[in-house]
Design a protein around this ligand. Sequence first.
Ligand code: SAM
Ligand code: SF4
Length: 754
Amino acid sequence: MTYNIITIGCQMNRADSERLSFYLEKLGFLLEPNFSKADLVVIVSCGVKQSAEDRVYGLAHRIMKGNKKAIIALTGCLSDREDVKSRLAGNAKIFFNISDLMNLDKSLKKYFPKIKKIFKQDFKNYLEISPNRFSSFSALVPIGNGCNNFCSYCVVPYARGREIYRPAKDIISEIEALVKVGYKEINLIAQNVNSYKSGKLDFPTLLKKIDKIPGNFWLRFSTSHPKDVSPGLIKVLKENKKICEHFHLAVQSGDDKILQAMNRKYKINDYINTVRSIRKSLDYKNGLPAAITTDIIVGFPGEGKSNFNNTKNLFRKVKFDLAYISKYSPRFGTASFELKDDINLEEKKRREAELNILLRKYALENNNKYLDKELDVLIEGVDKKGNLFGRTRTSKIVRIKKASGKRLKEKMLGRKKVCIENNCADRKLIGEFVKVKINQVKEFELEGELIKSRPQVLVILGPTASGKTALAVKLAHDFNGEIVSADSRQVYRGMDVGTGKDLAGYSYKGKDIPYHLIDVCSPKNVFSLAKYQKMAFSAIDNIISKGKLPILVGGSGLYLEAVIDNYILSAVKPIFGQRDEYENLSLEQLHSRIKKINPKFFKGLNNSERNNKRRLARFLEVLLSENDFSPKKGEPRYDFLIFGLSPDREVLRERIYKRLIKRLEEEDMIGEVERLKKSGVSYKRLESFGLEYRFIAYYLQKKITYQQLIDKLFIAICQFSKKQMSWFRRSQKQGMDIVWVEGVEEVKNSLESL
Ligand code: SAM
Ligand code: SF4
């Protein structure tokens, strides 16, 4: 069973289609992108104008012509109209009001007896059904449905019924979830957002609450009825940063007599004053004038020349950035349907063209203010010519012209092709914010070039003894790089042999490779994850500023993630030395403590981690040391190219053993621990570093023999390397894009092919 949805009309219809798609897939339908091959085709119709209605008749005919077995279902504005039903009787089989979506299965059963039974929740309204989102970065979030305004020309109150609104808590939790998974634009939609009510909570309060949701996203809303734009809303526009500087305010006509006949309930002076207040709040909030857009109907019954002139005057006064101009279309059942449609089509077209001339003039005048400005743009896609395009906060379309070959070369900053120009990585930027410098403007479009994108960082990760450092050093040599260590123990001075801190190894073919985040703290002091992150960011920024390639190298999963996922951490000092105490707790106690601090973190632990007391104690220590530590991801600061080394387990075991014996017998690892002890690092503190330091401390305290030291430490290092691999695999499952490689050639080839 396959389905296809054809959506006509407004954003609300698109949001309905997202819910419809989810519902149909729950019933067992699979999406068929070509409607002439689908078993079920649902048309989400628009009845606002006759032209939109006519599209439905044309479509139904075309579908049946190419796909005789298709079952056509109709929803949207036209689904309840008896005349439409009889006109489509030969073609469409099912008609349903979208507010009755929960019961669509009953009608479908007749034609698709194999549809799955779905557990029906007690939905108060269909908006509670989850959507299958059509975009992965810009979300439509309906806050309500229906309209109580009864503008005399409009079918919406008849088609969608009276206003209903979703509870604020549902809307907020939906948006929190969207932002967590990376949505960059939230569009609140309803026929009249300003009428929103959830108990005592009104629309401005809802906006304020949404604006407070942590994360980097833009907030938009539409549509607003001019009569309902309150001073409270205007105040909120100014004070809340995520609300974009674009206001769509449909005016319909510039003439008071026509507005009255349209039942719009405001006068044109009220409208102009409202626009002024909006501009006062939004203008230059983000460096540019606010954009005001509108809807207009030309040729409404009784619209004489002077009435139309008033609309032209309104265009001169307001200088809209965009206007959706419609020719009046009498709609059956509406109040104005009873009026004589006395302006002929030619005249309506002429008026439309006249307004378009004014619109173009003022839109260009407005856009001229964008020349040479650097703007944030949310990238939406790549056009047929391969240019990226997106939108500004003011909703202006921006096209980013491809950098020329020459300029591209200049921008490579001395690294071989590790660049993030739009030629190299254009699709990667879809759904991302970028900075663009505008160098050309048109009436309805701006053109510019990418001036800043996230710099690129190379990551080499892998378990202990996998050869990460040697690989990174070679790459740093070949790609003009510097190394940033992500090793939680190499940060400590004097802990060299035990951590494999081979500083002589940071040299290749006679060239020294600069390194960072090694030897930055005394082992007597504590070093927190937050401190690591701060220093790593500063090292990376510094490397980038020199035009070099930062290479983040290490095996400490938490440290790597703190940088890659830009963990939001509070800089609170860690509480060290309590791990022993935590290790004395039972598994259940450890579970419940971790769960209490961070349930999400606990959920992410795998079985072996949950059954390992030492590991849990370490987690608890880290969680507590970071106070409100929560691996909440921030907006990534860089683009990461992550390579992982994962040698065969047996090879690794052999390497670990040989390395251990060498360190003990030839490199005086025991002497190193003795020296640390002598310099004032307690056994307790040494044990807290784990592995080599823990077991040698046991040996020095005569708790174990030399042979036990070798045996136990070897097992512990092997287990540790297994755990490192589980951590990386888990990160990968949670979305970290790791390319597993065997050696330097593979990494080089990947970099060259970028
Ligand atoms: N609720 C929105 C508002 O009031 O701004 C408008 C929603 S309506 C579905 C979208 C637009 O369609 C209207 O703003 C109006 O310009 C246009 N429209 C509605 N009915 C129309 C009609 N009978 N003839 C021509 N245009 C119409
Ligand atoms: Fe239609 Fe007026 Fe309601 Fe907008 S406010 S949906 S134009 S009735």
